[in-house]
Design a protein around this ligand. Structure first.
Ligand SMILES: C[S@@+](CC[C@H](N)C(=O)[O-])C[C@H]1O[C@@H](n2cnc3c(N)ncnc32)[C@H](O)[C@@H]1O
Length: 246
């Protein structure tokens, strides 16, 4: 897959291809070297301003589509959806392209990542309001809570890795500091988001990736949500689906 990206980026220039392969061998994420990544068949600009979306996140998109469609069938209107930790915008833009009637917005603590998300939204011609925000602090005052909040907040420690070769701890250390390996514990950002949603009394449905973390760790992180379930799109990968219901 990443070799295909390098071939495309090199455009038949053998010298450039050799240099790119060398950079990848030295540990640079292939998406940064190519300048783009593909996700669900679409091309997104990629550079060190933002995290490189993991391919496993396609199953999170499937989950959000399922939950959003269910919402639409039940309430007779399209959901308002927040991409928490939007990064380069890959996930939110994908959803907007696959469900144009839905309202999508995104937030991130990292202003550089947001600048790349804005570029990607423009390249794909989609409207994606973006806010600079630590947790939910930047959510515009007076704006109703989103119906659905989803994302892949940073999780885990250096030994919690997807099984794919090439994405080792060093690979993730090449990403922006706020995007991988949260300070404060393996689920610190998820815990903070759950606490913020509960504290605001938001009825939003949360759909969060917890990657390869053990079920007991996820249960502890999400225990403040009185409705919750853990789904496994593939063995060993977990999504939380839950809400704090009155
Ligand atoms: C694992 S990356 C995922 C990025 C993107 N969703 C994707 O899949 O490509 C996690 C993202 O969460 C953001 N983040 C980390 N801590 C945050 C916080 N306290 N509030 C908002 N965003 C945060 C990071 O800056 C990063 O962009």
């Amino acid at each position: 897959m990443s070799e295909d990206w390098l071939l495309e980026a090199a455009g038949g220039n053998a010298g450039l291809l050799a240099t790119m392969r060398q950079r990848v061998q030295q540990g640079e994420p292939p998406a940064y070297v190519a300048g783009f990544l593909y996700f669900r068949g679409r091309r997104f600009r990629s550079d060190p301003r933002a995290y490189v979306t993991d391919p496993e996140l396609s199953s999170l998109i499937d989950r959000v589509l399922m939950e959003g469609d269910r919402f639409e069938a039940e309430y007779g209107r399209a959901p308002q959806v927040l991409d928490f930790g939007v990064g380069a915008g890959t996930l939110g833009i994908t959803l907007k392209l696959e469900r144009p009637a839905w309202t999508l917005c995104g937030l991130d603590i990292d202003a550089d990542a947001l600048s790349l998300a804005a570029e990607n939204a423009s390249l794909h011609g989609v409207e994606l309001p973006l806010w600079h925000s630590d947790m939910l602090s930047g959510w515009p005052q007076g704006r109703p809570p989103p119906d659905l909040i989803f994302g892949d907040p940073p999780w885990g420690s250096e030994t919690d890795l997807y099984t794919d070769e090439g994405r080792d701890a060093d690979y993730y250390h090449r990403m922006p500091a706020a995007s991988a390996y949260p300070k404060g514990g393996r689920t610190a950002i998820h815990d903070g988001l759950v606490a913020a949603v509960v504290a605001r009394g938001w009825p939003s449905l949360l759909v969060l990736n917890y990657g390869v973390l053990p079920e007991a760790v996820i249960e502890r992180s999400a225990r403040a949500l009185n409705q919750r379930r853990i789904e496994h799109p593939v063995p060993g990968v977990s999504h939380l689906v839950g809400r704090s219901a009155a």
